[in-house]
Design a protein around this ligand. Structure first.
Ligand code: GLN
Length: 202
């Protein structure tokens, strides 16, 4: 492409500024998205970490739900971290019955799967496309991916404190999601991977 992509960050709730900072470091233009008009102006969207049930309500309240669903179906690149991953799932376990599952990625996600806030942890993990060094991943009341459809590429797994092996990063077409928060570290490799997807798409 011959122009700089504009990557939106859904700015209804959550760690918006941290994502914006990481994206700026990846050399794209960044725009906060709170309204359908702002959403029209972006080439891609990041759904931040925060609280998926709150973001779900605010998406509907702001009139963003239908346009978002439409553009996801049209193949717009999207990346969700933690709460954002939950929003992008096709099925949510342990969610609220009224929370939205955008279905951008064919996956079953279990909300708060690693436990409560006090069970938050960090781990050094391998992430496909971000190697060769491992990446420090921060998990805060994080979901894990319980199962994925055939079209989904698993980018990373983690062994939980109780010894289970869980999927924590995935990609399907132009949609990517992580259980952890790369925006909370100074390592921008996950954002760079997403930006590469955006550049290919735009
Ligand atoms: N547990 C939160 C949710 O359900 C996600 C936590 C996070 O984004 N750190 O949305």
């Amino acid at each position: 492409m011959n122009r700089r992509p504009i990557v939106g960050v859904l700015a209804l709730q959550g760690d918006v500024r941290e994502h914006a900072r990481a994206l700026v470091a990846c050399d794209v233009d960044v725009a906060e998205v709170r309204t359908p008009a702002q959403f029209d102006g972006v080439d891609a969207l990041v759904l931040p970490g925060g609280e998926s049930t709150t973001m779900s309500k605010l998406l509907a309240f702001q009139g963003l739900l239908a346009p978002l669903q439409e553009r996801i179906s049209g193949g717009m690149p999207v990346y969700g971290s933690c709460a954002g991953m939950i929003l992008l799932a096709s099925t949510i376990l342990d969610g609220r019955t009224d929370q939205v599952a955008l279905g951008a990625i064919d996956m079953v996600v279990r909300r708060n799967a690693f436990g409560a806030q006090v069970d938050s942890f960090e781990a050094d993990i391998d992430v496909t496309g971000c190697g060769p060094e491992t990446l420090r991943a921060v998990f805060i009341r994080a979901p894990w991916v319980e199962s994925v459809g055939e079209q989904v590429e698993v980018l990373s797994r983690v062994v939980t404190p109780t010894g289970a092996d869980r999927i924590v990063a995935v990609r399907q077409g132009a949609a990517m999601a992580t259980s952890f928060h790369p925006e909370l570290t100074h390592d921008v490799r996950v954002h760079a991977l997403f930006v590469e997807m955006v550049r290919q798409h735009v």
